[in-house]
Design a protein around this ligand. Structure first.
Ligand code: URA
Length: 242
């Protein structure tokens, strides 16, 4: 059962035995925010994120919330798309009105959790193409290894928005962004639900040309690479695998 009020974030579920974590701040790694790192502070976003974080949120509610949050992130990440003016006729007048122009879009999901964000993004961007990148971590080298890569042929001509719910160490995002650059992509944005200060720093260092849009920047990573306070394993919560 969910508490009535979302207004006290309280202690996030989970992995730390420490007291309540204050959201919106960080310990240790300074968090860069600015033109290239956008954290959404809108109350609706904060409200939905609070419910998303709760351990007792059911799979169906978790999915619905991810979809809604992803749609809001799509709204934010497309804020600077180019527009052009066309002439249209309304039922009562003719006028000039803006439509989106410039590069076409491609969403790229980092498997598997990124797929959970696609429906919400596509709700707002129905014409976007979709690519998928699959990476796993080599247990010996701890380096990301690609096991799947399928993107549109013309991806190099598109603005590519990479989606992954959790920007934790940043290793997967860094590898995926690098792979997309190898495929010829020159315009890239990264969108996450939650990020750690460590992940943001790592991505900014490896790919300073890539902007990051995130619903919230949390406090830190724990020793297992989980975001604290976070929401747990995003893939397991989206797909109900645990
Ligand atoms: N991946 C997740 O799903 N959750 C985390 O907290 C970190 C990485």
């Amino acid at each position: 059962m969910q508490p009535d009020s979302p207004h006290t974030a309280g202690r996030a579920p989970g992995r730390s035995q420490a007291g309540p974590h204050a959201l919106g701040g960080s310990i240790g790694v300074p968090v860069e925010r600015g033109a290239d790192v956008t954290e959404i502070t809108h109350p609706l976003m904060q409200h939905k994120l609070t419910y998303l974080r709760m351990a007792e949120t059911t799979t169906d509610n978790f999915r619905r919330l991810v979809r809604e949050i992803a749609a809001m992130l799509a709204y934010e990440v497309t804020r600077d798309l180019q527009t052009e003016t066309i002439t249209i006729t309304t039922p009562v007048a003719t006028c000039q009105a803006p439509v989106i122009s410039g590069k076409k879009l491609c969403l790229v999901s980092i498997l598997r959790a990124g797929n959970g964000m696609l429906d919400g993004m596509i709700d707002l961007l129905p014409g976007a193409r979709v690519g998928h990148v699959g990476l796993y971590r080599d247990p010996d080298t701890l380096e990301p290894v690609e096991y799947y890569f399928k993107v549109p042929d013309d991806i190099h001509e598109r603005l590519v928005i990479v989606v992954d719910p959790m920007l934790a160490t940043g290793n997967s995002a860094i590898a995926a962004l690098g792979r997309l650059k190898e495929a010829g992509v020159t315009s890239l944005k990264l969108v996450n639900l939650l990020a750690s200060p460590e992940g943001i720093k790592a991505v900014r260092e490896a790919h300073p040309d890539v902007s990051i849009t995130v619903a919230a920047i949390d406090e830190r990573l724990d020793e297992h690479g989980y975001i604290i306070p976070g929401l747990g394993d995003a893939g397991d919560r989206i797909f109900g695998t645990k």
